[in-house]
Ligand binder design. Structure first.
Ligand SMILES: Cc1cc2nc3c(=O)[nH]c(=O)nc-3n(C[C@H](O)[C@H](O)[C@H](O)COP(=O)(O)O)c2cc1C
Length: 354
């Protein structure tokens, strides 16, 4: 049993998770597509940025709190949608949702979850939550899931647009990763016609490859704001605005889809410019430090999402581990804001990074 108090940063959680997880699951969680160039770039790009602190700015009342889509959050860090939480720990998605609620931030439930939306709501009623949508060819299944999310108090839909097919994650090929028969993915089982749950790679064969921009309007009819996740160009950022998105996530899916694309933090500035204040812009991929969050804010993001670090937290300590990851990052963001001379996220500007 790992003593969470001895893990002092997100890197420690990654190392502890690597000790603990079975080889196949570790490879599934950690891996990227192809040569993993983009996976590496997401991390490397942050190391190329330099913060420009200002001094004597009265930082007595530092707070990391902000809002996303009008909802108050304790820090500009949200929990990204990731698959298969019960494989990391029996606390699963409800545990992750409770950790996010305890830390005061939003939890995004994946379509590839091992828990259905209504169960997450019942298991973590206080948690602010968004539902991530993959659109199945069988639209009735997607509509039923969205209806369940609406009825279960989810506050937004996160439409993931960078994964019409799964990237080729060669670590999974080598380990032969499959989801054990006793791990249920309810949404995927429904889309597969109630038969056994397919592997993550087979799951993508159930998705609608004909999707175009009209899907934003289609999902908006649910009454929930639609966040488009997986934007990687200024052109698509502008189109998301024109088609009624409420926000975008500049993301390359943690380097798991098209290998060779730029780090998402490097794409962020062109997306922010194209959007020109019309909607909120979030970014994910490689955020491991409070200072990475500051870089993202300075380049125009309203908030970041973190994927793998939350899985490491859940794997190491269930709900308590996931909470500790968020607490560590929040403390780093608060310290970073203080030393950058910016009492709140709103004070961080383009001039604070080069
Ligand atoms: C194991 C794993 C599973 C993921 N599953 C999903 C998913 O089901 N839906 C989705 O939109 N993104 C998914 N993602 C992508 C994350 O939402 C996020 O974009 C990415 O993890 C951010 O990069 P980071 O892990 O470096 O923080 C997944 C990522 C990982 C690592």
């Amino acid at each position: 049993m790992v003593d969470l108090e001895h893990l002092v940063n997100l890197g420690d959680f990654e190392a502890a998770a690597a000790e603990q997880l079975a080889e196949g699951l570790l490879a599934y969680y950690g891996g990227g597509a192809g040569d993993e160039r983009t996976l590496g770039e997401n991390l490397a790009a942050f190391t190329r940025r330099r913060l420009r602190p200002r001094v004597l700015t009265d930082v007595s009342g530092v707070s990391a709190a902000t809002t996303v889509l009008g909802a108050e959050v304790s820090m500009p860090v949200l929990v990204a949608p990731t698959a298969l939480h019960r494989m990391a720990h029996p606390d699963g998605e409800p545990g992750m949702a409770r950790a996010a609620a305890e830390a005061g931030t939003v939890f995004c439930l994946s379509t590839l979850a091992t828990t259905r939306p209504s169960e997450v709501a019942a298991g973590a009623p206080a948690a602010p939550r968004w539902f991530q949508v993959y659109c199945f060819r069988d639209r009735a299944v997607t509509r039923a899931l969205v209806d369940e999310a609406v009825d279960s108090g989810f506050g937004a839909l996160v439409l993931t647009v960078d994964a019409p097919r799964a990237g080729r994650r060669e670590r999974d090929v080598r380990t032969g990763f499959t989801v054990p028969a006793d791990v249920d993915m309810p949404a995927v089982r429904a889309a597969a016609g109630g038969s056994v749950t397919p592997t993550p790679a087979e799951f993508f064969s159930l998705l609608d490859l004909t999707l175009d921009w009209s899907v934003i309007g289609e999902l908006s009819r649910s009454g929930l704001p639609v966040v488009v996740k997986g934007i990687q160009t200024a052109e698509d950022a502008a189109l998301a605005c024109e088609h009624g998105a409420a926000a975008i996530v500049v993301s390359n899916h943690g380097g798991r889809q098209l290998d060779g694309v730029a780090a998402s933090i490097d794409v962020l500035p062109e997306a922010v410019e194209a959007v020109a204040g019309r909607l909120e812009v979030y970014v994910d991929g490689g955020v491991r430090r409070g200072t990475d969050v500051l870089v993202a804010l300075a380049l125009g993001a309203r908030a970041v999402l973190i994927g793998r670090p939350m899985l490491w937290g859940l794997a190491v300590g269930g709900e308590a581990g996931a909470l500790r990851v968020l607490e560590l990052l929040k403390a780093e963001v608060e310290l970073g804001l203080t030393l950058l001379g910016t009492p709140t996220p709103a004070h961080v500007t383009r001039a604070h990074v080069e």
